[in-house]
Design a protein around this ligand. Sequence first.
Ligand code: NAP
Length: 530
Amino acid sequence: MKTVRSYVGGKWIDSSGARTVLVNPATEEPVAEIAVGAVDWNAALGYAREVGGAALRKLTFLERGQLLRAASKLVHQHRDELIMLAIQNGGNTRGDAKFDIDGASGTLAAYAEVGQSIGNARFLVDGEGIQLTRSVRFFGQHIAVPRAGVAVHINAFNFPAWGLAEKAAVALLAGMPVVSKPGTSTALVAHRIVEILVEGNILPSGALSFVAGSVGDLLAHLGGQDVLAFTGSSDTGAELRSHKNVVASSVRVNVEADSLNAAVLGPDAARDSEAYAQFIADVSKDITQKTGQKCTAIRRVLVPADALEAVREDLGERLATVKVGNPALEDVTMGPLATARQLADVKAGIARLREETDSIFGGDGSSFSGDAPVGVPKGKGYFLSPVLLELRKGERGRAVHAHEVFGPVATIIPYSGAAADAVELVARGGGGLVSSIYSDDRKFLGELALGLAPYHGRLFLGSSKLSGHAVGPGTVLPQLVHGGPGRAGGGEELGGARGLAFYLQRTAVAGDKPILEALFRAGEKSSNGD
Ligand code: NAP
């Protein structure tokens, strides 16, 4: 059986310590084991900072971008193998697996382009120089340089490939070495990607380390030049950001956490409109893609009262076509949840939502249509039917705005059709990653976009003319920021070159204008790049 090991200090760590078995969530058969080794984090982080970081900082953005391009190609070359692993260890359908793995290679390639567009520089000159007093000599210039520490990335279980790549691409381009820890239960894909990159020998030694299983006392060894980027539940995010040493050493922290993403159907979007069709397609896709285990998935579906009947019917019809079962079978369109714990958590979450909702489709998740789940030994696997709930008449909702059920579950929330009512309901979610609005009424779109923007990192405006030209709100794009305020963690990642800021130290340099210009402006190419 495959053993998932840590890779630190430029080598794979052999461990005789405790083993955790990774299973196929469709069949519960073991697929790999994790060797949880005691890592000497003082030494491992030192190697990453001193060897990996130093090597990366010697390269220009262009050269670091070339490393990312090579990494993207390697991941893409191993696409089929990685898809198989995602099916086995993640419960992904082939489509789900492609979403994760192509997301990884695509984000690496996108940041290779960012590196190319920045070009031959080792640091960034930030904005124009500023005359600071009445003297024309006294001048200020902001620059942004790679931090001299290590970037620790702790990822959620749901996107083992994309999660690793989207964070690593930005940090490596900025010039920081990475220590990446995947969610343990689905670590096989992330581990294989690191193996592929190590075998390909494209990154400087120490630029990428990998943690199998628990991080142990890693956080206690972080210092003021290091950064910690976390994706996962709000509870773990809160625990990590309040870690004693993280606080004491002012470790820069980014948290990507839960989100009760909403989709709002505009009152103008008639049943026969393209905007309505896009809404139905996006909601049903988000309930079922990755079995609903997507941080950007639509959880709250806001529908004007007079469109409720149509939406119930159309979503119900779509969900009835979902074939739940072993994702290794081609005709299966929704696999299991990733772990037994996930299944238990989702069932408990549905019970909580049921206190204020009625079930429109799927009951409490245990009633499958047809003979599902198909292709698995009887009683095996962490399966659930898609579930569509509806907030009871007269309710404004409590749990539905407060509790993220991380599975194939969404709730219809009736609203009056007025923009202000929709904003008030969506804002109850306490801050989210993305919400979407489906309408051809520009006034409505404008009111909602500006009303919802303070509560979100991203908004998606679906309209009839856009239909067929856009990926839905559930797809995180490297050009756009990802993150959100409040419940969503208060973080921000990606967004093209914007994402680099987390890994760079912005420094204001004041001095004699000709010297500053020679260092950072006139001589930018020779002192910075060549
Ligand atoms: P989780 O239980 O919080 O775990 C996330 C990661 O943190 C895992 O790698 C986990 O490792 C690690 N971890 C847990 N406790 C830790 C500790 N004390 N010290 C260091 N690391 C620790 O979340 P999850 O169940 O994997 O993911 C589901 C959640 O992630 C959902 O709430 C979802 O909304 C959120 N999510 C958010 C985004 C986003 O971009 N905002 C994206 C994806 C998922 P182990 O696996 O070894 O426990």
